[in-house]
Design a protein around this ligand. Structure first.
Ligand code: PLP
Length: 375
């Protein structure tokens, strides 16, 4: 089977984990601090706070900003469910915004329209607390536009950079643009700690709050144990952090291999009816997922295609989720087809192809050959 994704694990990773296991110190200590320090140059913020996963990272940031019951958070419509669930988990309402048809990132124009409508109503404006933007599949969203919009409305904005470690443009890297950035180290990401997450921020106050919130509310800077918040336990373990440090040492190599693989797919797909991903700026996409679009008329056959490809030894999947149209959010807020027309279209047509560091050129040729044969 040509797998969708295979993490880049070798003996150096195994050794790092074994070394820490032998010490007997297993939870948040020197290794976690080293992992945080190792992440900083890849992001460029003054503070990095490691946590147990990206979902926890997102929830902690929203809590640190003060999002609570009755509030509203503006969020892209097309993402993994964590992005909206964390808002709902805090008793707040996700206000979904449609995406761009080519990059699948949030549409700045749709964002402007949503905010104009929101701020025309004083009560809605009062309850609106933040903008949560996703760098979808590892490609930077339009950060310059989004930063300008956030500034105009005086709202904090958060980068869900779960898939985007290492993505950059001329002014910085993913996680350095907004008030905070959230990263995932799940095995489908370029570098992994098994489960794992981190938050980047340039705000010392935010970092201090996050460090308390991840550790039962314990103030990280107080001389004696002082519990300043009703915190959770979303700490990272020492052996995960040690794995993370070794993995980070390979990030450039892994992202380079993914970029080469993406370029090769681009050439191979030119002869097929599939639409290859659109990249706005070189370096701005790290291809956590290589997501193509099927011709519109073939969208109803996508599940069948995925099944047939699997039978032929090629693992593929859909893109990500149309969150407002999932059972929970659709029934809770009464969304219907047509409310987010671009997400409707992309959600129906997206097909993710295998891409990882060890994927061979011949395997990519097989993937495209099998798809072409079935189409
Ligand atoms: C955009 C996005 N946000 C959040 C998450 C959640 O990350 P984690 O699995 O580390 O909680 C994911 C996971 O795939 C993701 O793709």
């Amino acid at each position: 089977m040509i797998r969708l994704s295979v993490p880049s694990i070798d003996e150096s990773d195994v050794d790092a984990v074994s070394r820490v296991l032998r010490t007997g110190f297993l939870v948040q200590g020197a290794e976690v601090a080293a992992f945080e320090a190792a992440l900083k140059p890849h992001i460029g913020t003054e503070h990095v706070v490691a946590v147990s996963n990206c979902t926890a990272a997102l929830e902690l940031v929203l809590r640190a900003i003060g999002v609570g019951p009755g509030d509203r958070v503006i969020v892209t419509a097309y993402s993994w469910l964590s992005t909206a669930n964390v808002i709902a988990l805090l008793g707040a309402e996700p206000v979904f915004v449609d995406i761009e048809p080519d990059t699948f990132n949030v549409s700045p124009q749709a964002l402007r329209e949503t905010l104009a409508k929101t701020f025309a109503n004083r009560e809605l404006a009062r309850r609106t607390k933040a903008i949560l933007v996703v760098h979808t599949f590892g490609q930077l969203a339009n950060v310059a536009e989004i930063a300008a919009i956030a500034k105009e409305y005086n709202l904090p904005w958060i980068e869900d950079a779960a898939c985007a470690l290492g993505a950059r443009n001329a002014s910085g890297a993913a996680g350095s643009f907004g008030d905070a950035g959230c990263f995932s180290f799940h095995p489908r990401k370029a570098v992994t700690t098994g489960e794992g997450g981190a938050i980047s921020t340039s705000s010392a106050d935010m970092a201090r709050s996050l460090r308390a919130l991840r550790n039962h509310g314990l103030d990280p800077e107080a001389k004696t144990s002082t519990f300043v918040a009703a915190g959770q336990n979303t700490r990272m373990t020492e052996f995960q952090a040690a794995l993370g440090v070794v993995q980070l040492g390979k990030l450039a190599r892994i992202n380079g291999a993914r970029a080469s693989g993406a370029a090769r797919y681009g050439e191979l797909l030119a002869k097929t009816p599939l639409t290859a991903p659109v990249v706005v700026e070189p370096g701005a996409h790290v291809y956590q997922s290589y997501v193509t679009l099927l011709p519109r008329e073939l969208a109803p056959k996508r599940q069948e295609l995925i099944g047939e490809l699997r039978a032929r030894g090629v693992e593929t999947t859909i893109g990500t989720w149309h969150m407002p149209m999932t059972e929970y959010f659709r029934t809770r807020y009464g969304f219907a087809v047509g409310d987010f027309p671009v997400a409707d279209d992309v959600f129906a047509r997206a097909l993710t192809l295998p891409l990882y560091e060890g994927l061979l050129a011949e395997q990519q040729e097989t993937v495209v050959r099998e798809i072409s044969a079935l189409l």
